[in-house]
Design a protein. Structure first.
Length: 131
């Protein structure tokens, strides 16, 4: 799930996502998005393998690294600071006076952009291999 979030929020991956979504044939929109989400990482990996044969520029190498997925080892944290804002996991904030585990993420649901609200249960750092 974390890898999907990284891919779907990377601007350079968006053209590949659109191409793959347009290539899927499904009778209903929900089914199409399920198939898309399941198949895209493998499809994207194949696309990058083909692209690397003819183009090895820095951008292509970075996309290839993303297409391979994260390494199996991750670092877990109970808090982090992003753009000057401090976030904590729900477990950690239970021991604190201030609370900052709530998040909102803009997302796509059946081709409609909506806000998703939630609580941070885990904070993980993914690592990607660069050849």
């Amino acid at each position: 799930m974390a890898h999907w979030y990284v891919l779907s929020n990377c601007e350079d991956v968006q053209p590949y996502m659109e191409e793959h979504l347009n290539s899927i044939e499904a009778h209903d929109l929900v089914r199409k998005h399920d198939v898309y989400k399941k198949q895209f990482p493998k499809w994207f990996r194949k696309q990058m393998e083909n692209t690397l044969c003819s183009n090895k520029d820095e951008r292509t190498l970075a996309l290839d690294s993303l297409s391979r997925g994260p390494l199996p080892c991750v670092n877990k944290y109970t808090g982090c600071i992003i753009n000057g804002v401090r976030y904590h996991t729900k477990d950690r904030e239970g021991r604190l006076k201030s609370q900052n585990s709530g998040v909102v993420v803009e997302g796509n649901h059946c081709d409609e952009v909506i806000d998703f609200y939630g609580v941070l249960l885990e904070i993980i750092k993914l690592y990607y291999l660069r050849d």
